[in-house]
Design a protein around this ligand. Structure first.
Ligand SMILES: NC(=O)c1ccc[n+]([C@@H]2O[C@H](COP(=O)([O-])OP(=O)(O)OC[C@H]3O[C@@H](n4cnc5c(N)ncnc54)[C@H](OP(=O)(O)O)[C@@H]3O)[C@@H](O)[C@H]2O)c1
Length: 206
């Protein structure tokens, strides 16, 4: 059996911690960072995602095969895109006006937020996943046949992310390319949805 990829999570808040716990439970090596020194998150990680390694963000990136962006959308531009060159990067971020600002440059009706993330991380492969379910639903419904809708443009990376989704306890459901991710965004038909594949298909066919 192939050994599991090491997953790096940038953002140690509600979503990042929940994904770290799912990853640990699935047998992955998990590296995680917040915006500050690793010591700042040691205690919460030891309670919420015991076994995950806390590091500075640059070390998370350097030491992980796949990176999950679990920080506010308005903060990703603070990351050095060069450090993520050639990596598979899972974009789990959403534009949330209370956090990211009303007049936000991160909201653009003509493109999806993931397309903009892909533009910024031009040398990385962006796959959108883990963004449409609330963290509490992620924690409560793992292993219960719920669909995790994902999207992206690179077949090899999509297959790897589908494996991760399965290992985390969900059924991967491929939506389309990054320009087709409107249903996953806030106000989209799949945003906030925790449902099985049949229900997801029903929602998308409306
Ligand atoms: N909450 C959900 O249920 C949910 C579900 C799906 C998707 N999302 C999306 O996931 C993202 C995170 O949401 P959340 O609810 O988890 O937010 P949160 O609880 O506020 O956590 C945000 C985390 O990002 C970290 N962070 C901020 N700036 C950073 C930087 N420059 N470098 C590294 N880490 C940084 C914060 O670290 P510090 O505390 O050190 O600042 C904090 O650990 C958002 O884009 C959100 O839309 C959330």
């Amino acid at each position: 059996m192939m050994s599991k990829l090491t997953i790096g999570i940038i953002g140690a808040g509600k979503l990042g911690m929940t994904l770290a716990k799912l990853g640990i439970d699935a047998g992955y090596t998990i590296n995680i960072s917040g915006s500050k020194a690793p010591e700042k998150i040691d205690l919460s990680v030891s309670v919420l995602a015991k076994g995950a390694n806390t590091m500075l963000t640059k070390d998370v990136i350097e030491n992980s095969d796949v990176i999950i962006l679990a920080l506010p959308l308005s903060k990703y531009h603070l990351l050095d895109s060069k450090l993520l060159k050639d990596k598979i990067v899972i974009d789990a971020m959403n534009y949330w006006w209370e956090i990211d600002g009303d007049e936000s440059q991160y909201y653009d009706e003509k493109t999806t937020s993931s397309e903009n993330v892909q533009k910024y991380f031009a040398e990385s492969i962006i796959i959108k996943a883990f963004n449409h379910m609330g963290y509490h639903d992620l924690a409560a419904t793992t292993g219960k046949n719920q669909a995790m809708v994902y999207a992206g443009n690179n077949q090899e990376a999509l297959e790897k992310v589908a494996e991760i989704i399965k290992d985390f306890g969900f059924v991967p459901y491929y939506l389309g390319t990054l320009d087709q991710t409107n249903p996953l965004q806030p106000h989209g038909s799949l945003f906030g949805v925790s449902a099985d594949v049949t229900e997801v298909e029903k929602i998308l066919s409306k």
